[in-house]
Write a protein that binds this ligand. Structure first.
Ligand code: ADP
Ligand code: ASP
Ligand code: MG
Length: 437
């Protein structure tokens, strides 16, 4: 018998009606044994995610204001679902515990994790599955890095003896026992590590879109769905901004060679997207997708005869390392190179960094260009194929977009371009049109 680990995202558990759909999906295939859930998400556009309410709770407590209204809204949502599903999951008692923990100055991570914890309690009760807390099983080191082997072993042992289980996503514990969450959207990672621990044949990731689309549906209207994509391509796309799956969720699945199937809770018969090691035959496309991010800065360093100066790049990188700035790309020319960094790393530090670069590299000037967006066009089909970059640059030229940077990874599975922030959406539309229509 096959084993499926299935993760249901925020919109899939947003209310009792959605949770009924989840139940019918799970009961529709007895292989779906290990279930990971997010906290209830938005029920409609102007709704607030439970996780956001929990973060608000913490900041209200911190600022000394009243948090009663926010706590009330959270409580009301969970009690409402419990009543509607006609289960007894002990929500009222759990809410009392949370309230007393707030009074004892509970950490932000502890509070943020309660959305997943309560959702898992409710769903376990409704399905008649065991509830297995992620606390104590999903483990982080004191710096907050996931201890993946220890976690794998602990989850494997805990779940081996259980026919089925519901596990809350998004969090685990630190060595001192305190709760620690992943970054936002992290239940995708929890789902992948559970899939690996139970040696699942498939990791199903249930969300509110029928798979990964070639680009962000908020930028291009009705982008084509991707039927099949490799782990490597998805990793590039999610890192570069395709938010459908957390960028770190690919690793555990890839490590254990477990295919990921991204599916829609509201359209369960749609095949969605399969993510696996290789893609062959009719599904093989030149480009798989396009994703990007705004708000980068280019620090451009130019110096006559630079190409003959040994160690100049190392000196420049040392300055950035000293300021804890992570580097995105380093496109270069003969006597020039640029360092591309996300604006968020430079806040309050840009002037000092420029001064240190000038002094330590003995430069006349350093050019700084802010407000740049970077866009990745990703696809295994581009490898050794002629004319792909020409097509891409022509499309941008025809759309009147000025390209500020070009970088192609040595693996040839992506072409990165830098454009002004204000050209971001138009550039994505132009590239999409050139390759997908
Ligand atoms: P969940 O709560 O189920 O984890 P998310 O909101 O995290 O769901 O991810 C799904 C959303 O990702 C979609 O509703 C869509 O708006 C957004 N999205 C961004 N880029 C893409 C893409 N390339 N393909 C599909 N969805 C995308
Ligand atoms: N509930 C968390 C968030 O909103 C984690 C997740 O949904 O994956 O970020
Ligand atoms: Mg998500």
């Amino acid at each position: 018998m096959a084993i499926i680990a299935a993760k249901f995202g925020g919109s899939s558990v947003a209310d009792a009606n959605q949770i009924r759909k989840v139940k019918s999906i799970i009961k529709g295939n007895p292989d779906r044994k290990y279930i990971v859930v997010s906290a209830p998400g938005k029920r409609c556009d102007d709704d607030t995610k439970i996780t956001d309410l929990l973060y608000r709770l913490k900041s209200e407590k911190e600022s000394g204001g009243s948090y009663a209204q926010t706590l009330g809204a959270i409580s009301e949502r969970f009690l409402g679902i419990e009543a509607d599903l006609e289960v007894s999951a002990g929500i009222a008692g759990e809410m009392e515990t949370i309230e007393s923990e707030i009074e004892k100055d509970a950490s932000e991570d502890y509070l943020a994790s309660r959305g997943e914890y309560l959702a898992a309690r409710l769903v376990a009760e409704f399905l008649g599955f065991d509830f297995v807390d992620a606390a104590g099983l999903v483990q982080f080191d004191e710096k907050g890095k996931l201890l993946s082997e220890e976690t794998n072993e602990a989850l494997r042992k805990e779940l081996a003896g259980r026919e089925n289980a519901v596990i809350p996503g998004f969090y685990g514990t630190m060595p001192d026992g305190g709760i620690k969450t992943f970054s936002r959207g992290g239940s995708d990672i929890s789902g992948a590590i559970v899939a690996r621990a139970v040696s699942a044949n498939m990791y199903e990731n249930w969300t509110d879109v029928s798979g990964i689309l070639m680009t962000d549906p908020r930028i291009v209207e009705n982008p084509k769905p991707i039927r099949h994509i490799t782990y490597g391509e998805l990793r590039e796309l999610s890192y570069m901004g395709a938010t459908v799956l957390h960028e770190s969720a690919v690793f555990p699945a890839r490590q254990a060679d477990i295919p990921i199937n991204i599916k829609n809770t509201n359209e369960p018969n749609h095949p969605g997207t399969i993510v696996s090691n290789t893609v062959k035959g009719e599904n093989f496309a030149i480009i798989s997708g396009i994703a990007g991010h705004k708000d980068f800065t280019f620090i451009t360093i130019t110096k006559p005869m630079m190409s003959e100066e040994v160690g100049i790049l190392r000196k420049a990188l040392a300055v950035l390392e000293r300021h804890d700035v992570s580097i995105e790309h380093i496109p270069g020319g003969v006597d020039t190179f640029s360092i591309v960094v996300a604006n968020r790393f430079l806040q309050g530090k840009a002037d000092t960094i420029v001064k240190e670069l000038r002094d330590e590299l003995d430069l006349d000037s350093v050019e700084v260009t802010g407000d740049v967006a970077i866009i990745a066009t990703v696809g295994n089909g581009m490898v050794r194929r002629k004319g792909v970059s020409a097509k891409l640059f022509t499309a941008l030229y025809k759309a009147g977009i000025n390209i500020r940077m070009i970088d192609q990874g040595s693996s040839e599975v992506n072409i990165i371009v830098g454009v002004d922030n204000s050209d971001f959406e138009a550039a994505i539309r132009a590239i999409y049109k050139a390759f997908a229509e």
